[in-house]
Design a protein around this ligand. Structure first.
Ligand SMILES: Nc1ncnc2c1ncn2[C@@H]1O[C@H](COP(=O)(O)OP(=O)(O)OP(=O)(O)O)[C@@H](O)[C@H]1O
Ligand SMILES: [Mg+2]
Length: 595
């Protein structure tokens, strides 16, 4: 039993910590709009005051009518209507201001979280599913954003309304006021008891939500596969299974909520009847007028609804706190350091002008929770070298590219770039050296937009002739020129509308146009014929400036134009002679005639 109590205490403390974190995080954004937020609160307070005064004015209207004393009735009635009318523009203005503040806070939070995700180290972020990240980025941020403003608003305005209504009731009849308070302590106790369940429910629904989003995103991305294997019905069936879990969690929580609200409803009903009975008794004994009775009924309902809207922020706060912890989890991951743009530009310039070499010294590379993919690696790529990495599938070629790009860090040894100027300055590869590389990854990596847009993603100021030159070097211009809109032809998501080989050539042109001193081709020419592959590599070699070109391939035909060939196998990398490379390619590739 004491253990259970301890556990509960720990969870409650954790929820409290998350709520405090939510407030702190929100505060960074809300403080920029503190003027407007205060203005909204003031407008809300004015509206609250006006509606209380309007209720009292209406009491005078009723008393005047019942007492047949019509002298002040017109003024009181006019005041009631006027005060209610005044509230309309005040509420509209306040809702407009708060909408703008809310949108701005949400946008800033989403943009910051998006930037944080993009700046997170690749190794850390790549374990998250896209759908999960999207859900955290949009749904969770929206739950959190503005929670402080809305909580403040709710607490302040409802408290003002509650205390105002209570004060007026106390003024006319303290017993009635006391009776209105009857259900209040129960609500507080119930929420304290419910905190843990609300937290668990909130966590579970957000988790399933993320699962649904990931499932849908993945299905839509692979719609071609689903159709080809005719497995759409299974996919829909699986979706329904996740949905039914979502339904069950919600229905279970709803059962508890219903029991609690039924209990509160009964309690509220008794409170109401106790208030009515007391009011009727006072009216019967002549202690109060009809007008006061109407005022009581109006105010006690305002009082109770204000009280429940204050306590009603609890589930919202708990849900926001779970969202905050989900966003913080991603935002606390290790970030890439931001390289200095000017010094990166200079290093790139020096590399191109004087040349650079890349050295692998006793390097070991592994992923988190994996054994070494490659170890004891020694390689040296000199300026203007064209280097080929060959090796069977899963041997570690892409892993080497990732290590070169600083996406994963060597777990042993060092990989560094030595710039020939400055007395051979040595820079260990990391995010700081990424600007030296152009990369053509495996698979289709064309963005939606025009062909020119795709090239301008890496060089925004590229002119049309520059784009045409890059496309020519990538042997892509022949098919682009034949298209109706040339370089302005629209390509869909993942290169829909063009062939795999065409998409590869656009990706190659994109790597060429950014003019980097080191170009990595990861099976970037696998969909092309050997002649085109050879031409592209020759074109890249011929471009001005010192360039190292590293590519992975399975075909011997292109190895002839390489300066160095390395074999990635059995967790190690060793240099090959052309004869050895030919043997391996023939053995592994099984495509007669290619070499
Ligand atoms: N993100 C990752 N986390 C853990 N292990 C990984 C990860 N990516 C790849 N691996 C493992 O690393 C090994 C090398 O993978 P890599 O992608 O480098 O092979 P590859 O030589 O490029 O293969 P392919 O020719 O099929 O592209 C494989 O055993 C793979 O399972
Ligand atoms: Mg690979």
């Amino acid at each position: 039993m004491p253990n259970m109590k301890n556990k509960k205490e720990i969870i409650n403390r954790q929820i409290l910590r998350e709520i405090i974190a939510t407030f702190k995080w929100n505060y960074q954004y809300t403080k920029r709009y503190s003027g407007r937020i205060v203005l909204c609160l003031l407008l809300g307070l004015i509206a609250t005051g006006l509606s209380l005064v309007s209720s009292v004015a209406f009491k005078f209207v009723i008393d005047s009518v019942v007492g047949k004393n019509l002298s002040g009735v017109r003024t009181a009635f006019a005041a009631t209507i006027l005060l209610s009318l005044c509230n309309i523009p005040i509420n509209s203005l306040s809702s407009r201001i708060s909408l703008r503040v809310n949108i701005r806070i949400t946008n800033s939070m989403i943009a910051d979280a998006f930037q944080a995700i993009l700046n997170t180290r690749w190794e850390d972020i790549s374990v998250y599913q896209t759908g999960d990240l999207l859900n955290r980025l949009h749904s969770d941020v929206r739950t959190v954003s503005g929670i402080v403003v809305s909580t403040l608003n709710s607490v302040l305005l409802s408290s003002a309304m509650m205390f105002g209504a209570f004060a007026v009731i106390v003024y006319y009849d303290p017993t009635f006021a006391f009776l209105s308070l009857l259900s209040a302590p129960f609500l507080g106790i119930i929420y304290k008891l419910m905190m843990k369940r609300i937290h668990a429910f909130s966590m579970e629904t957000k988790k399933i939500d993320s699962e649904l989003m990931s499932f849908n995103a993945e299905s839509l991305k692979n719609i071609q596969i689903l159709k080809a294997f005719a497995i759409e019905p299974f996919r829909v069936y699986n979706l329904r299974r996740v949905q039914s879990r979502y339904e069950k969690v919600n229905m279970d929580f709803n059962k508890i909520s219903l029991i609690v609200s039924a209990f509160m409803g009964v309690l509220g009903m008794f409170t109401n009847y106790a208030c009515y009975a007391w009011g009727i008794y006072r009216l019967w004994t002549g202690g109060i007028t009809f007008g006061t009775m109407t005022l009581f009924l109006q105010l006690s309902s305002i009082f109770r609804s204000s009280f429940s809207s204050i306590t009603g922020i609890v589930p919202g706060l708990v849900s926001a706190s779970t969202s905050t912890s989900r966003i913080m989890e991603v935002m606390r991951l290790n970030r890439d350091e931001q390289p200095d743009v000017e010094s990166s530009r200079k290093t790139t310039e020096n590399c191109l002008r004087y040349g650079a070499e890349i050295a692998f010294e006793n390097v070991e590379v592994k992923y988190k929770n994996s054994d070494a993919i490659v170890e004891n690696v020694h390689m040296l790529f000199d300026r203007n070298d064209t280097v080929a990495l060959i090796g069977s599938s899963g041997s570690g070629k892409t892993t080497i590219f990732r290590a070169l790009l600083g996406l994963i860090r060597p777990s042993g040894g060092k990989i560094c770039v030595r710039i020939k100027a400055d007395g051979s300055r040595e820079i260990p590869v990391s995010e700081h050296t990424r600007s030296l590389f152009a990369y053509v990854p495996q698979g289709n990596t064309v963005f939606s937009g025009t062909i020119a847009d795709n090239l301008r993603t890496v060089k925004p100021d590229a002119s049309d002739p520059e784009i045409v030159d890059a496309l020519k070097a990538a042997c892509a211009y022949d098919f682009v020129a034949e298209m109706e809109n040339g370089i302005n032809t629209y390509v869909g998501e993942n290169g829909i509308g063009i062939s795999e080989g065409q998409a590869q050539r656009i990706a190659i042109a994109r790597a060429i146009i950014c003019g980097k001193p080191i170009i990595l081709f990861d099976e970037a020419t696998s969909s092309l014929d050997i002649e085109t592959e050879r031409n592209i590599l020759q074109n890249v070699k011929n471009t001005k400036g010192n360039r190292i070109c590293i590519f992975s391939t399975h075909r011997f035909g292109v190895l002839e134009i390489c300066d160095k060939v390395y074999h990635v196998a059995d967790h190690s990398i060793r240099p090959l002679t052309l004869a050895e490379a030919r043997k391996i390619c023939t053995e592994t590739q099984n495509r007669p005639g290619e070499d």
